[in-house]
Design a protein around this ligand. Structure first.
Ligand SMILES: [Zn+2]
Length: 240
């Protein structure tokens, strides 16, 4: 099976609202088939349909900020109307926030949330396909936020950092994978890594494929780092 990851957007907080470019998100494809959408913030559903022609039936939500979760209460009823019931995966603390806040508006339908999705509070490995699992990793952010690792058995294939401040402890875990996608922006702060800190860290990993996301619009992409850009695809190799 051929595995790849596709960039759908790189927007930060206000990018989609203010500039019209999609929020940061990726999709995993197995043999070219979209199987996992990672984050569903402002502008992501449209970008997903544009680049992939569909929205995968499994959606991972890294955290409840609008640029990562805003379109969830819209896309779930659309899926239900099409006879689909997506699986929504998030860390238990994120699931609690999604239920209480993000998905509150679905109560006006008079239908239980279970009609719209299978909400999975992931506190262990989640199976995507035979032998392929993801595990969530707690990032350093202003509220519960997770990245994830994609595993083929016990072999890491991909690490996705999600929104996180620079953290050597967190990065050490992410860089167990041969391909790493990191959140970073021009100036780092307590919630997001800065380009400079990331550049200094990754210099020690010349063999790791690194892509940067979450930087904002195309014009805000880092000059000295490899930016992921909407439509870009990275091959994660084939299953042995
Ligand atoms: Zn965030």
């Amino acid at each position: 099976m051929e595995l790849s990851v596709c960039c759908l957007g790189t927007g930060r907080g206000a990018t989609a609202v203010w500039e019209g470019e999609p929020s940061s998100a990726v999709a995993l494809l197995f043999d070219g088939r979209p199987v996992l959408l990672v984050d569903v913030g402002f502008g992501v559903v449209r970008a997903c349909r544009h680049w992939l022609g569909t929205v995968p039936d499994t959606i991972l939500v890294t955290h409840n900020h609008s640029d990562h979760a805003a379109e969830l209460p819209v896309v779930l009823p659309l899926a239900a109307a099409a006879g689909r019931r997506p699986r929504v995966i998030a860390a238990p603390a994120v699931v609690e926030r999604l239920q209480r806040h993000r998905l509150h508006e679905l109560r006006s339908t008079g239908r239980p949330l279970a009609d719209f999705c299978e909400l999975v509070a992931a506190d262990g490995p989640v199976t995507l396909a035979d032998g392929l699992t993801i595990t969530l990793l707690r990032a350093r952010h202003s509220e519960p936020s997770c990245g994830f690792m994609l595993w083929d058995g016990d072999r890491p294939l991909l690490a996705y950092g999600g929104d996180s401040a620079f953290s050597t402890a967190y990065y050490a875990r992410l860089f167990e994978a041969p391909t790493v996608i990191l959140d970073a922006r021009a100036t780092g702060n307590a919630e997001h890594a800065g380009f400079g800190a990331v550049a200094a860290y990754i210099a020690a990993y010349p063999d790791t494929v690194v892509r940067i996301t979450g930087y904002g619009t195309r014009a805000q992409a880092p000059a000295g780092l490899a930016a992921f850009a909407p439509g870009d695809r990275l091959s994660l190799g084939a299953e042995p």
